[in-house]
Write a protein that binds this ligand. Structure first.
Ligand SMILES: C[S@@+](CC[C@H](N)C(=O)[O-])C[C@H]1O[C@@H](n2cnc3c(N)ncnc32)[C@H](O)[C@@H]1O
Length: 368
């Protein structure tokens, strides 16, 4: 039985974007791919608005420069003077207030809205597992670092907290869930894309060398998560049941897994008119570990590095704790958890890093 992953939220109040410069580097890297997709899809001469989506946008801070680049390209290179609407979509429990403040220029982030006319920002609480837009209305759909979140976890993994540490039947259950979820995401996009429309996705992956987020060199990040959580059981900070409930509802597809639905002409995805135009993987170096090489201050590194991890997984750890504990007690355990992590990083700074390993892909809906 699949549980609903309603405990997946990024840090609110704009903290997400402040802590995750690496995610911004990933998005910045997609600009040439997005512009090329745009050149292949837009009906820039048409009177109706061009519609873009940013699925799993969090607070919107990390993609501001991407959308600025897209609008600049349309206005200056393509002479498109018409309306542009960008639909920012995330789960209902996302911090949409932070998103509004960031995109509308009420924070330290520089919005593109001040620079261009006829650009409209819309917000949607629709998950990418349901339709975000009406049929045939989307010109270009975008998503970065979000589609590894499954609809839910198919099982709690024995002795680990993430699918990269799953084996046997449990690993297969995750694989199956991920296959279904990827198809579901694609089918919804196939319906909302205009014929000839494009999708550009930068999704976490396991690459051909078996690398994945936090699993490149040095200490494995997910093993560290697990090890600390296990020690908390040994030290009676948490119960065995709380340990067991902590399984991240995530899956990192390989390139083969991303491509599989497109390779079968009879699959629902192919029949819906989608085709994989191109896919490549790349690693973005952990910016905090790279900075450490210059400043060599272990404490500073640990203090900057751990919040980036915390920004995306705190809510899942929190949800694993029993609600029989008071809120204050649960908060203390979580503080203790990240302090422990921080001291490990400080003790062995050259071993910790969270390199981002992504598959960058362009998918199109066949023109009719
Ligand atoms: C790591 S953040 C990425 C934010 C931003 N796209 C970036 O790359 O910096 C992942 C985002 O995906 C969102 N997310 C997770 N599951 C989702 C779903 N089913 N539908 C829409 N968004 C989802 C989370 O709420 C979170 O805001």
């Amino acid at each position: 039985m699949t549980e609903q992953a309603d405990n997946v939220t990024m840090s609110g109040g704009g903290l997400y974007s402040l802590a995750t410069i690496g995610a911004k580097h990933v998005i910045d890297n997609t600009l040439p791919r997005v512009l090329s997709a745009l050149d292949n899809c837009t009906q820039t001469g048409s009177a109706s608005a061009l519609t873009f989506s940013d699925m799993g946008c969090a607070d919107g801070g990390t993609s501001l420069d991407l959308w600025r680049g897209v609008i600049e390209h349309l206005r200056n290179k393509k002479s498109y003077a018409g309306d542009i609407q960008i639909v920012y979509a995330d789960q209902p429990n996302n911090d949409f207030s932070a998103l509004a403040k960031i995109t509308h220029g009420l924070t330290q982030f520089k919005t593109y809205l001040d620079e261009f006319d006829r650009v409209y920002i819309l917000q949607s609480g629709a998950s990418f597992y349901i339709p975000v837009l009406p049929a045939c209305t989307l010109d270009l759909g975008f998503s970065a670092t979000a589609m590894h979140w499954l609809r839910g976890k198919p099982v709690d993994i024995t002795g680990h907290v993430h699918m990269v540490g799953a084996t046997g039947d449990e690993q297969q259950a995750f694989e199956k869930q991920a296959r279904r979820d990827w198809t579901e995401i694609l089918l919804h996009r196939a319906r909302e894309l205009k014929p000839g429309g494009q999708l550009v996705l930068a999704n976490f992956c396991r690459d051909d060398e078996g690398r994945y987020l936090g699993g490149t060199t040095g200490v494995n990040m997910f093993d560290t998560f697990n090890d600390i959580w296990q020690h908390f059981v040994d030290d009676k900070v948490i119960t065995e049941k709380e340990y067991q409930s902590m399984t991240l509802p995530q899956y990192y597809n390989t390139v083969e897994e991303f491509c599989a639905p497109f390779q079968d002409a009879n699959s629902a995805v192919s029949k819906a008119g989608l085709q994989m135009e191109s896919i490549e993987t790349a690693v973005v170096a952990c910016p905090f570990a790279e900075d450490f090489k210059t400043h060599k201050d272990a404490k500073q590194f640990a203090e900057k590095y751990v919040p980036t991890i915390r920004s995306w997984n705190e809510s899942t750890w929190f949800a694993a704790l029993s609600t029989k504990r008071s809120l204050a007690e649960r908060r203390d355990i979580i503080e203790n958890y990240y302090e422990t992590y921080q001291s490990r990083v400080e003790a062995q700074p050259t071993e910790h890093r969270m390199d981002y390993v992504h598959a960058y892909m362009t998918i199109s809906r066949r023109a009719e």
